[in-house]
Design a protein around this ligand. Sequence first.
Ligand SMILES: [Zn+2]
Length: 599
Amino acid sequence: MTEAVSKLTWDLESIFPGGSASPEFAKFRKDLAADLESATRDVEALRKKGAAAPAEEWIDTMVRLRDLRERINHGGSFAYCLSSQDVNDEKAMVMLEEFSSYEAASDALRTAVEGFARAVDDATWEKIVSDKRLSGEAFFWNEFRRHARLKMEPELEKLASELAVNGLHAWERLYTKMAGDLRAEFTVDGKTEKLSMGQIKNKLSDPDRSVRKQAFEKYSEAWKSIDSLASMQLNSLAGFRLSLYKARGWDDPMFEALLYGRIEKKTIEAMWEAVEAHRGVIARYIDAKKRCLGIDRLMWYDQLAPVARAEKKFTYEQAAEFVIEHLMSFSKDMGDFARRAIESRWIEAEDRAGKADGGYCTSLPLLKQSRIFMTFSGNYNEMMTLAHELGHAYHSYVLKDRDYFARSYPMNLAETASTFNELLVTDAALNATDDEDMKLSLLEKKIQETFVMCCDIRSRFIFETKFYEERKKGSVPKDRLNELMVEAQKEAFGEILDEEGYHPLFWASKMHFSISDIAFYNFPYTFGHLFAGGIYDRARKEGPAFADAYRALLADTGSMTCEQVAEKHLGADITGQDFWNDAVARSLADVDEFVRLVK
Ligand SMILES: [Zn+2]
């Protein structure tokens, strides 16, 4: 090799050499497909034996299911990396579809195990999950059985899944298509251009208020032009979901989200009550922000307006060093890990054309490694993305030696390590600067996040709760959806938003209401943000002495409920309001300093 490799690109060669043309990867896929096929055949034979089948054979099947899922995850991650580093890599796109078909194929195995788990007696099951091959992930398997018992007969569930491909999930695809095709005309400096919804939404954080206002109006008009379709789509998606819940005997529309979130409803309720109790503090922040922006009424489109323009530029090396140094100041383990990840080129950060948007961290379970994807052009926000994604990678690293099914954690806990890193690095950046404009800008980013979690996200939760209740009685007309949305915003924002500042069509414009895999794609954000803040606060008080406890907490996120994790590692009862009152107060602790700086 004569050509020097850029430190800003990642290493995929050591996973499977040759990119999407890799012969090694082709063999990996071929073996996987063959093993899936034979496992499916064997499980069919096992199922036919019924009660006569020895438990030992079921243990084998469960181990096989785990092994196959791990390989699918590994190969799927690799294909995903290929497709995002070069959006024109068509082979990689085809491979991604190939991996979703493997996943679907492994569902046959899963359904068979579910059928067995439902039917088997407690004593036999107990023996099976305490077998040393499965005991490391006993939490997962017990949950698996409980879920199977809460659902319909496996054959009916299988039919429902098949119908959902062109039913429930098709409504999400339709939404994606509608939103993707929608355009709005936007005029700047006398020039008019047609913008996508994503492009126009970016303008909501423009420093110029007239730009934000125009963006919001054009955006709303565009959604208004298809609101009948959007209402039909949302009502159909929700209707499908409610029929399925009814057939399973699930009365509460939130039941599934709570189940998969491994969380109790009273925890969520306690959290929202604490949020509500702190609206006065948020209002003080907003008053200061309004003074800063020179406005007297806060409209929907002012929420993300920047208050300061201080932007320091960093090189990738500087950003990486800054992040490593401050992770190191809390935990040598975390700092060492980050350095290793960066030096081993686990991170794709180059700023070039042809890459996908956004950032993510994905794990390669068979190698016990991660890869991080992002684009670094020198901004502070990108340094934060680096810290954020390194948090995800550290989380995977801490879990790497657990059995595969004990490594997956619920969405509520998924952002713990990433948010923790962001808080650590933000505070370090705040300490490192004397520049008041810079300080204001950093504090604003921090508080704004909490503001979004406590008001915007909460309004989505309130809307969804009320919408599903009404949807149970029949289709909800679009005008009523607008009304419900504004009512929810009034409840969550109180006096913070101006009487004319609401966003009635938010139900249509927000993709999250149309995610077909799970409803209530909102409270986990707020939970994760506030929960991570609580852990960070502990770290700040106890310093490096808390590093081992923090690591132990992360390591248990795949084998406990949220309540159990908090109880065991923080000694906290998160079903009560005390924990949340502290958490919200802490998240807003910088408001005083922000108000002072504005003055
Ligand atoms: Zn994240």
